[in-house]
Design a binder for this molecule. Structure first.
Ligand SMILES: *[C@@H]1O[C@H](CO)[C@@H](O)[C@H](O)[C@H]1NC(C)=O
Ligand SMILES: *[C@@H]1O[C@H](CO)[C@@H](O)[C@H](O)[C@H]1NC(C)=O
Ligand SMILES: *[C@@H]1O[C@H](CO)[C@@H](O)[C@H](O)[C@H]1NC(C)=O
Ligand SMILES: *[C@@H]1O[C@H](CO)[C@@H](O)[C@H](O)[C@H]1NC(C)=O
Ligand SMILES: *[C@@H]1O[C@H](CO)[C@@H](O)[C@H](O)[C@H]1NC(C)=O
Ligand SMILES: *[C@@H]1O[C@H](CO)[C@@H](O)[C@H](O)[C@H]1NC(C)=O
Ligand SMILES: *[C@@H]1O[C@H](CO)[C@@H](O)[C@H](O)[C@H]1NC(C)=O
Ligand SMILES: *[C@@H]1O[C@H](CO)[C@@H](O)[C@H](O)[C@H]1NC(C)=O
Ligand SMILES: *[C@@H]1O[C@H](CO)[C@@H](O)[C@H](O)[C@H]1NC(C)=O
Ligand SMILES: *[C@@H]1O[C@H](CO)[C@@H](O)[C@H](O)[C@H]1NC(C)=O
Length: 499
């Protein structure tokens, strides 16, 4: 919706002005005032031409960085009637720009430049072969009135909206069955204005699952880089059944809440991958309430039927904080399977948990070939977590005998300080954790010395010396890879959630 009334008002004022000028000029006093204003204005214009591009919103700052042309055709959002005043609704401007790009066909596509300003919009859909470029100080603001948010069917591998049965709200920026999308910029921002949504969710005033900030479904060849995402109503960035995605130099921010879930505010996962393959997430900073990154692949019978794993995922050079949840999570919905995931050079600070794998009977599927390398934990409550009784189910239709497989998981070079429980691997008789490897680990503890390497139903090995000393479930090898001590039982249980 473009606000054409502004244009009308301006036109009207000009007519008014013509009518008043002769009357005002009859007085010497007003003539003097007019001349004075004219003189002042010319000095101002002269000054402005000197400082050139240095004026941004009337205050003198550094020169605005020129926007690179990344596609054969580039549009300015203002070409389509966009107004960046934080009040005017720009949904139609975005839609018209995207429609213009969709007509360019595959010959390189088109680019939309979002200049500095605050660009309020309701949800809109992207098209293939496009680049959305957010200038420095450009902010896309999500309209926080759910009446403008379209409803969509639940994710097929979930069967249900995550918070309510039936349809869910779509995302602010949405893409479906697309190819070749870039969202980038000079660190401009997409702001979901989640506050109103969180409040309504807490007060149970929403009848549908909240919408994500940016969501792609069944799409490929996507690059998201050099932008900031903040205050999403729900999940922040959610690729669903997508292929070949790079997320790089992205900052994700949301309030971090001191009180865990009890306050009921749940901004949602930050980067949530569902049944995606060939993904690279690197050089990102994420500070949030819920999981910073969650890798999933469908929920119980719906996920088993959909049958699409998340695979070939590289996550590296990340700094994350997750006050109430985990830095990088796999599951608990993993019914389509998760494999070949590498997490390296990860720094987790001031968080509840650092890395976690969770599942439950009924999920089916598997989590395997997971490599963690060079992890740093700083002030986290629990470092490494695996949990096999995360009993949340979409409905009663799940098959309790569909038992997930957890195996081939390795941790190499794990350091940290201020950690309460460095390791808690809670396998079960039904879902034992198999072939876990630890090598080169030294984690500084907060205080206690007992129950700090907690295990149950886990089989695996430790290579060389590690600190803290491992649980007795694991076999010990020396640095040369020679077996030193065989574990007497993998089933020993030492899990203490109170600690
Ligand atoms: C976009 O249009 C606005 C208003 O006309 C202008 O100030 C800005 O410089 C333009 N930006 C680009 C990148 O063309
Ligand atoms: C975006 O496209 C999807 C799929 O066609 C549709 O359900 C949704 O309503 C569209 N969203 C908007 C804002 O037009
Ligand atoms: C991008 O903007 C965010 C939010 O203002 C800021 O925290 C971050 O440091 C910025 N990143 C860069 C590279 O300037
Ligand atoms: C939710 O549903 C109730 C009952 O049908 C209705 O009164 C209310 O307006 C709905 N709320 C929203 C936000 O749609
Ligand atoms: C992945 O996407 C990028 C960016 O669109 C593209 O350059 C690259 O060719 C794609 N890779 C494959 C294997 O398709
Ligand atoms: C993206 O951000 C990184 C880190 O701030 C910076 O080094 C790089 O030059 C940026 N790229 C562009 C195209 O601005
Ligand atoms: C595992 O994933 C990486 C990307 O992280 C990929 O380069 C590699 O080829 C994958 N390995 C297999 C065996 O598919
Ligand atoms: C390990 O990760 C940290 C960041 O968390 C990085 O500074 C360091 O260079 C990495 N070490 C290696 C050997 O890659
Ligand atoms: C155990 O897992 C490692 C990877 O962590 C893998 O290289 C190895 O082949 C696995 N061992 C068995 C017996 O499957
Ligand atoms: C340990 O548990 C496994 C099942 O996970 C079972 O097959 C095995 O018999 C148990 N061993 C002992 C000694 O209880």
């Amino acid at each position: 919706m473009v606000d054409t009334s502004t244009l009308g008002r301006f036109h009207y004022q000009r007519l008014d002005f013509k009518r008043w000028v002769p009357i005002l000029l009859t007085s010497h006093k007003t003539l003097f005032t007019v001349l004075w204003i004219a003189a002042f204005a010319s000095v101002f214009v002269w000054q402005r031409s000197i400082v050139g591009g240095f004026l941004v919103f009337g205050r003198v700052t550094v020169a605005a960085r020129p926007i690179p042309k990344l596609r054969p055709v580039a549009f300015n959002l203002t070409d389509f009637g966009g107004v960046g005043d934080g009040v005017t609704l720009n949904t139609e401007a975005f839609e018209r720009a995207i429609s213009a790009i969709s007509k360019l066909g595959k010959k390189g596509g088109g680019q939309i430049n979002v200049p500095p300003g605050r660009w309020l919009t309701a949800p809109f859909n992207l098209t293939s072969h496009m680049t959305l470029f957010l200038a420095e100080d450009a902010v896309i603001l999500g309209l926080d009135d759910e009446k403008y948010w379209p409803l969509m069917p639940p994710l097929p591998s979930y069967g249900y909206g995550r918070e309510h049965p039936g349809p869910r709200y779509g995302s602010l920026i949405h893409g479906q069955n697309l190819k070749d999308i870039v969202i980038t910029g000079h660190n401009g921002t997409i702001n979901g204005q989640g506050q109103a949504w969180w409040k309504k969710y807490r007060q149970k005033r929403l009848n549908h699952t909240r919408g994500p900030l940016v969501q792609f479904m069944w799409s490929s060849d996507i690059v998201i880089s050099n932008i900031t995402l903040r205050d999403s109503p729900f999940w922040t960035l959610h690729p669903y059944d997508c292929k070949n995605i790079t997320i790089k130099h992205v900052t994700i921010l949301a309030p971090v809440f001191k009180a865990p879930n009890t306050d009921g505010i749940d901004p949602g996962k930050y980067i949530l991958l569902n049944s995606c393959e060939d993904m690279l997430i690197e050089d990102c900073y994420i500070s949030t309430g819920d999981d910073a990154i969650a890798i999933k692949s469908g929920w119980d019978q719906y996920g088993i039927a959909y049958g699409r794993p998340s695979k070939n995922i590289m996550i590296r050079n990340l700094v994350v904080r997750s006050m109430v949840s985990a830095g990088v999570s796999i599951g608990s919905e993993m019914s389509g399977g998760v494999f070949n995931v590498t997490v390296e050079n990860l720094h987790v600070w001031d968080s509840r948990r650092a890395v976690r794998i969770k599942t439950a009977p009924g999920r089916g599927g598997y989590v395997r070939q997971i490599t963690y390398r060079n992890l740093t934990f700083e002030n986290v409550r629990v470092g490494i977590v695996m949990k096999t009784d995360y009993n949340e189910h979409p409905d009663d239709g799940y098959d309790r005998t569909a038992l997930p497989i957890l195996k081939d998981i390795s941790f190499t070079t794990v350091h940290g300080r201020g950690v309460r429980v460095p390791v808690r691997i809670h396998g079960s008789e039904e879902i034992p954790v198999r072939n876990v490897t630890f090598q080169d680990m030294s984690i500084g503890l907060t205080y206690k010395k007992k129950h700090i390497f907690q295990c149950a139903f886990v089989q695996g090995r430790v290579i060389g010396a590690i600190f803290p000393a491992p649980c007795e479930n694991l076999d010990r090898y020396n640095e040369q890879g020679k077996l030193v001590k065989h574990s007497a039982s993998h089933n020993v249980t030492d899990i203490d959630y109170d600690f």
